[in-house]
Design a protein around this ligand. Structure first.
Ligand code: HEM
Length: 491
């Protein structure tokens, strides 16, 4: 009798746990513990497209321990990402590592720590350099270094990643800690490798822990460390933590409250008896804020610049038109500056088209609901992971005349004027968590790329066919495949 009862209870439990709650959008629920695992699970953007074919603009997907609601069209993403209840971040293994398992920093934090920390960082970026060296001066200095470095290549094919990484990291170092490194400094080399390795690890087998967090408790440490390289991730973060904490201590000893030199001084001056912004610990929050600015602002900007240079080699006619515009707008003996920008709409259109075409973050960054919320008439519970198909919007023929081509005219009107606000375009995401470094990133792209194209014509090496195919090894980011190009000096 007892056995019959237990079996009945188990059958009912199994039935309930394999049924998707009715109030959620349509989708796939799968089995308890693992959820629904499609064969192409390692490429989320493909999974999104498959769901779009079956369910349209909104769907539910239980994967591992998470309930995902997928947003598969532009108006829906815009409206959901602006809802106050949809500004959280999901409880993911890798996200938690980056925020040191406490609500801290800018990218992975929530609530007051996020809101006030974001306002602080935005204000710092906006006001940076008033009366001193401006942001533009800092970026131009790095642009000069890039031109000098590429000039040394003697028209031999070179890899550009390293020089671009240093240029971009230096801009953030100046903002954060008033530092600058030479291109061959071993410290910045080590640092840049660390950022790249961390990015590689979180996109590799370690991402299994995001889907199945219980694996971290049951998997042998050999599997976690040898295969997923979790120990390397922890070691890199510990090294970086020590490095940054030494800089913070040095700032504490040398700062003048009335004359802050950088973000660290400004943060230290802002804190009172209580930790700033409602954080649990000021030092941890300041460290996580710095780490997030490097994490979010370095690889994104340098990878986008790598895309631009590759696309210029692949589209010489676009490159020639950009160079003609630069030559007409800027004196030959000075580098392009922001005051020239209004005269260079085609250059800006080409940069925006690169952001669309490459869709570096094809799914933006995952959001989560912080309380139960109604989306398109469905009831979505607290803690649901929200996944936005940004690349799908960038390839949607509703918004783009030639969605699969590289076509800068997408961002120009009939009179050749720049169209800055385009429906279906969200490389920096949208809503309250929209990228807070967007204007800095766009300034860097403009100044770096126009300085390079003023001085060089970019070509594929003799006998080499370059490709704009995306690097399949990067699951969460659309990186260009590694390539070499030639910088031919312009007369
Ligand atoms: C081409 C370069 C860049 C691209 C494509 C990019 C893209 C993005 C995207 C898609 C997000 C996710 C927004 C969301 O969760 O909805 C984001 C967030 C963020 N980005 Fe950027 N970004 C770039 C450069 C930068 C730079 C230069 C910085 C700062 C130095 C920066 C700082 C941040 C921060 C702090 C966040 C988190 C914002 C928040 O959660 O409130 N980004 N970025």
């Amino acid at each position: 009798m007892l056995t019959v009862f237990l079996v009945t209870v188990l059958v009912i439990l199994a039935y309930w746990s394999t049924r998707k709650p009715k109030e959620l959008p349509p989708g796939r629920w799968g089995l308890p513990l693992v959820g629904y695992l499609p064969s192409n699970i390692s490429v989320f953007k493909e999974v999104m497209e498959d769901f779009k074919k079956d369910y349209g603009s909104i769907f539910t997907w239980r994967v591992g321990s998470h309930v995902v609601v997928g947003l598969n069209d532009y108006p829906l993403i815009k409206s959901v990402f602006s809802m106050p209840q949809c500004q959280g971040r999901p409880d993911l293994f890798t996200f938690n590592i980056f925020k040191l398992n406490t609500n801290s920093g800018l990218v992975f934090s929530e609530g007051r720590v996020w809101h006030e920390g974001r306002r602080f960082a935005l204000r710092h970026l906006r006001d940076f350099g008033l009366g001193k060296t401006s942001m533009e001066d800092i970026i131009e200095r790095e642009a000069q270094e890039l031109v000098a470095e590429f000039g040394k290549s003697g028209e031999q094919p070179i890899e550009v990643s390293w020089s671009l990484n240093v240029a971009v990291l230096n801009v953030i170092w100046r903002i954060v800690a008033n530092r600058r490194y030479s291109i061959h400094d071993p410290e910045i080399l080590r640092f840049s490798r660390m950022v790249a390795t961390n990015l590689e690890i979180i996109q590799g087998p370690a991402s299994l822990l995001d889907m199945f967090p219980w694996l971290a408790r049951v998997a042998p440490s050999l599997l976690l460390d040898r295969w997923m390289r979790i120990d390397v991730l922890h070691k890199n973060l510990a090294d970086f933590h020590k490095f940054v904490m030494d800089i913070i201590e040095e700032h504490k000893d040398t700062m003048d409250v009335n004359s802050p030199r950088d973000l660290i001084d400004t943060y230290l001056a802002a804190r009172g008896d209580e930790p700033a912004f409602g954080a649990a610990d000021d030092d941890i929050n300041l460290f996580a804020t710095i780490s997030d600015l490097f994490g979010a602002g370095s690889e994104t900007t340098s990878s986008t610049t790598r895309w631009v240079l590759l696309l210029m080699a692949l589209h010489p006619e676009v490159q020639a038109r950009v160079q003609k515009e630069i030559d007409e707008a800027v004196a030959r003996n000075s580098l392009p500056s922001l005051k020239d920008r209004d005269k260079m709409p085609y250059t800006d259109a080409m940069l925006l088209e690169t952001l669309r075409y490459s869709s570096l973050l094809p799914l933006s960054l995952f959001h989560a609901t912080t309380e139960q919320v109604k989306i398109s008439g469905y009831t979505v519970p607290k803690g649901t992971l929200l996944m936005a198909n940004v690349e799908g919007c960038h390839r949607d023929p509703t918004y783009w005349e030639k969605p699969d081509e590289f076509y800068p005219e997408h961002f120009l009107d009939k009179e050749g004027r720049l169209l800055t606000k385009k429906e279906g375009f969200l490389p920096f995401s949208t809503g309250r968590r929209q990228c807070l470094g967007e204007s800095l990133a766009r300034m860097e792209l403009f100044l770096f790329v126009s300085a390079i194209l003023q001085n060089f014509t970019i070509k594929a090496p003799e006998g080499v066919t370059l490709t704009a195919e995306k690097d399949k090894g990067n699951r969460l980011f659309n990186m260009a495949r590694p390539y070499k190009i030639v910088f031919a000096k312009r007369a």
